[in-house]
Design a protein around this ligand. Structure first.
Ligand code: ZN
Ligand code: ZN
Length: 201
């Protein structure tokens, strides 16, 4: 049958064009103009991760400084606006474990260097952690405690803080830094050994 081949080719061509046109239509109407989550028109925001348009109701936001206790903030966590899919995929579980470490940091046992008599039996195998550019001693301790909590420890020992005054024109600012060694205090010792940090201020 001589007419079979051209007809098939034409059919293919027509189908192909239709599909392309549908795709273009889909892309311009659905993906670009509507919210990528609820499909409502005129979304005003853009997901920082996948760059899809997203409406105010569907967008998830991260506060600036949300992950500020992390030594290095991964690129995937550095946006302020997310579509629901990207938030679920990249942020939700990270945010959850970050918040748990922040909570745990508040219960970390903090021992100063000068309390080394009390902590002489505790392990010092971990590498010391260091934080810098803190605004005050409280923030410095909390950030050190966070690093210990994040690594699964319940104490930080040999803690030493220092502050530097910098003059900037007529302003003088003080920045704090600190070091400490993450360690573990056995559960049965915690009540007895619990020490409270003496605020140097
Ligand atoms: Zn929406
Ligand atoms: Zn996205």
């Amino acid at each position: 049958m001589p007419s079979t081949r051209p007809r098939t080719a034409t059919k293919f061509l027509v189908l192909f064009t239709l599909k392309e046109r549908l795709k273009l239509c889909y892309a311009s109407d659905m993906e670009s103009l509507n919210c990528c989550a609820c499909q409502k028109p005129k979304p005003t925001l853009v997901c920082g991760s996948c760059e899809s348009k997203v409406c105010k109701n569907c967008a998830q936001f991260l506060d600036e400084g949300q992950f500020s206790f992390l030594t290095k903030i991964p690129a995937a966590l550095s946006h302020s606006t997310y579509c629901p899919a990207c938030f679920d995929q990249h942020v939700a579980s990270e945010l959850d474990s970050y918040n748990r470490a922040v909570e745990a940091a508040k219960n970390i046992l903090v021992y100063e260097k000068k309390q080394s008599k009390e902590t002489r039996l505790l392990s010092r195998k971990e590498k010391p952690v260091r934080v810098e550019s803190c605004q005050d001693s409280g923030e410095t301790i909390l950030r050190l405690a966070f690093l210990a909590a994040q690594a699964g420890f319940n104490a930080i020992i040999d803690v030493q803080l220092s502050s530097t005054k910098t003059r900037n024109g007529s302003y003088q600012t003080t920045t704090w830094s600190g070091t400490g060694i993450p360690s573990n205090v056995a559960a049965n010792k915690i009540a007895k050994d619990r020490s409270l940090w003496q605020n140097p201020n």
